[in-house]
Design a protein around this ligand. Structure first.
Ligand code: SAH
Length: 350
């Protein structure tokens, strides 16, 4: 069987140079190709116009470029745009552009589906199919960047890995994408404007702390009591809060960046004083802040947003302890673009 041609974006610097040498091309072509791929986000080999036609033909014979494309765009009443992103093998993920008065944030996916089974999340109901490649993650950012300029007349200001999937279970490709997004000879975005959000995998967080990339870390906590957290996030059964905390302390020691805890308060589940106190105690152990996220219903009667009073109690308990806490309003809910709602629903429609 013939091997399928290699993705041009998966060649290492060294492989590219060796290849060019083997076909008698000068070394500076490597830099030109790299510029097309990662600075100009070229979507096909033929558009690389400063390469000779002969070289472009040769490249097209030996390699493929497999860009992701937007196959459908939905616009929310609040301006949020949800994009269905079609991958080269026909699978689809979703990416969201969230404009506010001060920011334009891209929310990108890292996996097709998700394996972690968080009970309150719509993506968990999709089977995990595969990891995205660094190129496919990069494409989401490049495409949303263009979209931001054309819809809102300004560039992207922030990127959050809060779309479909668990970024730390696709570690290498996510990190490679972040390198390309932040590199001066890539998209050149500031690392501190990037946030990786995770269910909280201690081993991967320790590894992440060693990467000198400078992005932020958010952890989806939802309960600071093991028995409760395990009930709604099965991942907690094998990665309990104490181990998570040790990894987070290590992260802080090595990066000096405080952690963001994402937290939803549900009626009758974690809306009591004891829950707020447990979160307060957890936050005491590492420099951190808390984002209280509004719950976006996914049609499961077990979960209902808590009363404003119980949410306010969290705010008071945390603030009294000196922890910064914000209530995050949901965006794009009318088009199922909000946190936890990404489930390729738009595919069901004609
Ligand atoms: N796997 C990563 C990133 C994806 S989820 C993670 O878990 O962090 C992005 C955020 O949305 C997480 O904090 C997640 O807990 C939250 N979320 C999931 N379902 C939600 C829902 N129905 N309503 C509100 N937030 C939800």
């Amino acid at each position: 069987m013939q091997e399928s041609p290699k993705d041009l974006r998966r060649l290492s610097e060294e492989e590219l140079r060796t290849y060019l040498e083997s076909i008698g091309e000068p070394a500076y072509r490597a830099r030109q190709i790299r510029e097309w791929l990662w600075e100009k986000a070229a979507r096909d080999i033929d558009s690389m116009t400063n390469l000779s036609r002969g070289l472009r033909q040769k490249l097209s014979q030996d390699f493929v470029l497999q860009p992701a494309t937007f196959s459908k765009v939905q616009r929310s009443e609040d301006g949020t745009l949800k994009n269905a992103v079609r991958l080269h093998d026909g699978l689809v993920v979703e990416s969201v552009l969230i404009p506010t008065s001060t920011r334009t944030t891209a929310c990108v996916s890292s996996q097709v589906g998700c394996a972690l089974d968080c009970q309150f999340c719509a993506t968990a109901r999709l089977k995990r199919q595969r990891n995205l490649s660094a190129g496919e993650i990069f494409d989401q950012v490049a495409l949303i960047g263009e979209q931001s300029r054309s819809f809102f007349g300004r560039p992207l200001s922030n990127i959050v890995f809060m779309g479909m999937g668990e970024p730390l279970l696709n570690y290498d490709e996510v990190l490679e994408a972040i390198r390309r997004i932040t590199a001066p000879d890539g998209l050149g975005m500031a690392p501190r404007r990037i946030t990786v959000s995770t269910v909280g995998l201690p081993k991967q967080i320790r590894r992440l702390a060693l990467e000198p990339l400078g992005f932020g870390l958010a952890v989806s906590l939802h309960s600071a009591i093991d028995a409760k957290r395990s009930q709604i996030m099965p991942v907690n059964r094998t990665n309990p809060l104490s181990e998570l905390m040790e990894a987070l302390q290590e992260w802080y020691r090595l990066t000096g960046r405080r952690i963001t805890f994402e937290y939803v308060v549900w009626k009758g589940f974690n809306d009591r004083l004891e829950d707020a106190l447990a979160l307060r105690d957890y936050c005491r152990k590492v420099p951190s802040k808390v984002n209280l996220i509004e719950y976006n219903a996914i049609g499961d009667p077990r979960f209902e947003q808590a009363d404003p009073d119980s949410i306010q109690r969290y705010v008071e308990v945390l603030e009294a302890d000196g922890t910064v806490v914000k209530i995050r309003r949901s965006r794009g809910r009318d088009i199922d673009a909000a946190c936890g709602q990404l489930a390729n629903r738009s595919l069901d429609e004609p």
